[in-house]
Design a protein around this ligand. Structure first.
Ligand SMILES: NC(=O)C1=CN([C@@H]2O[C@H](COP(=O)(O)OP(=O)(O)OC[C@H]3O[C@@H](n4cnc5c(N)ncnc54)[C@H](OP(=O)(O)O)[C@@H]3O)[C@@H](O)[C@H]2O)C=CC1
Ligand SMILES: O=C1OC[C@@H](O)[C@H](O)[C@H]1O
Length: 371
């Protein structure tokens, strides 16, 4: 096949999300992956690197990846060797939050395209440095906000902004309010929750899950062609004993009376995940702000206009990986759906909220120094 797009991936940080990502990348045969199923896109994982030990990378390869895709994968006990491997087209950085800035910086310095797990960085200054570096080096850089490529998000976005509508004249009228939440139970006694509770790893629910809830607000208020001023923000949080936020709420007040009401918590179960978009001529409900499956669109009399539910094979991270492949094939340096400016706006909002709720990380985590 002449026009086949082959993408050689490397994974840095063989932890839990890397396992999900790789399995979606390589194994999902979902019908919603037409380019992969037709052979137009071929994803190959060629490197897995652990900063702790070679054994860690090898264990990941053995235990987390189906055997039939193992042949190409080389394991490394450090990140540098992967960054020096010219065969790698893009690195997926799936390490703990506190390391995002320095590892991404190194990857860009080594002229690698990067898909950076969320949160992009722990603060806005770091985000500015990375986006400037990617632009200077003409490299692709994208925050892995995977919900953006999910068909529910895409459908709702297309429906609201069809025919070049802007945020003030969507198909449900002027979007005046968006209410979002994302919550899970994060048990402090569970060792796997260390990265959530540990300030030295960039912990707290805001940067872990609050992001998903907030992205609906930032994505739908004033979009497309964002022309709204930075919102006035009022936030409040309950902090864990370690000092990181464990239950957080923020109200974002934009111009023209538009409100975003967004919360996240480590105390609750699955019910607390919905998205509600209120316009002057209708509304939208989505079942889950992180991994949505289903949405409902209502008219101004709350009469149901559209209801659609999707099921898909895997976690749904492949929507993002296939989008990245298409961007790379087109020579794009950022995703048109989730731009570097979008990541910058989010980091600015997160800084503002963190300052108000008093979740400050150790200086070395907040630093922009490169070791
Ligand atoms: N998109 C999504 O749905 C999700 C995204 N995430 C994001 O992915 C990232 C990783 O989360 P998760 O996979 O749950 O975390 P894990 O703790 O499972 O794994 C993180 C990996 O980071 C690496 N690492 C690098 N430096 C350090 C360090 N100094 N201390 C500890 N670990 C380090 C480790 O690999 P090694 O040492 O072997 O290199 C480790 O395996 C986070 O930023 C999180 O926000 C998480 C869950 C879901
Ligand atoms: O990104 C994420 O989404 C799902 C959550 O379980 C996880 O903690 C978070 O990092």
């Amino acid at each position: 096949m002449t026009d086949q797009i082959i993408i050689n991936w490397a994974v840095l940080g063989p932890g839990r999300i890397a396992e999900t990502f790789v399995n979606d990348l390589l194994h999902s045969k979902d019908k919603l992956r037409p380019e992969v199923n037709s052979g137009k896109i071929k994803h190959q994982l060629i490197a897995v690197a652990s900063h702790s030990s070679l054994e860690n990378a090898e264990r990941f390869k053995k235990e987390s990846i189906h055997e039939e895709s193992n042949d190409l994968i080389k394991c490394y006990g450090n990140y540098d060797e992967v960054l020096n491997n010219p065969k790698v087209d893009i690195v997926y950085i799936a390490t703990v939050n506190s390391t995002h800035f320095s590892i991404c910086y190194q990857a860009l310095q080594h002229n690698k395209n990067v898909l950076m797990e969320k949160p992009f960085t722990v603060n806005h200054k770091q985000a500015e440095i990375l986006t400037a570096l990617a632009k200077k080096k003409n490299l692709f850089l994208m925050e892995a906000y995977w919900t953006r490529y999910n068909p529910v998000y895409q459908d709702v976005y297309k429906y609201l902004f069809t025919d070049n509508r802007t945020g003030d004249e969507s198909s449900i009228g002027d979007i005046k309010r968006i209410v979002t939440d994302l919550s899970y139970v994060f048990d402090e006694a569970d060792p796997q929750m260390n990265r959530i509770y540990n300030p030295a790893l960039g912990g707290g629910v805001l940067l872990d899950i609050g992001i998903y809830a907030l992205y609906w607000v930032l994505g739908f208020i004033g979009k497309p062609g964002r022309k709204l001023a930075f919102p006035q923000i009022n936030a409040s949080a309950a902090l864990a004993d370690t000092g990181v936020d464990i239950s957080t709420a923020a109200v974002l007040k934009f111009e023209n009376g538009k409100l975003g009401v967004s919360s996240c918590s480590g105390y609750f179960t699955n019910e607390a995940r919905r998205v509600l978009i209120n316009g002057t001529k209708g509304s939208v409900e989505v079942d889950d702000s992180c991994r949505p499956n289903e949405y409902w669109i209502y008219d101004d009399n709350h009469k149901l206009v559209i209801h659609k539910a999707y099921t898909y094979d895997g976690k749904g991270m492949f929507f993002e990986t296939d989008h990245v492949a298409l961007c790379l094939a087109k020579g794009l340096k950022e995703s048109p759906l989730h731009t570097m400016d979008d990541a910058l706006l989010m980091s600015n909002v997160l800084d503002t909220i963190r300052e108000q709720i008093n979740n400050r990380y150790p200086d070395n985590i907040e630093s922009t120094d490169i070791a």
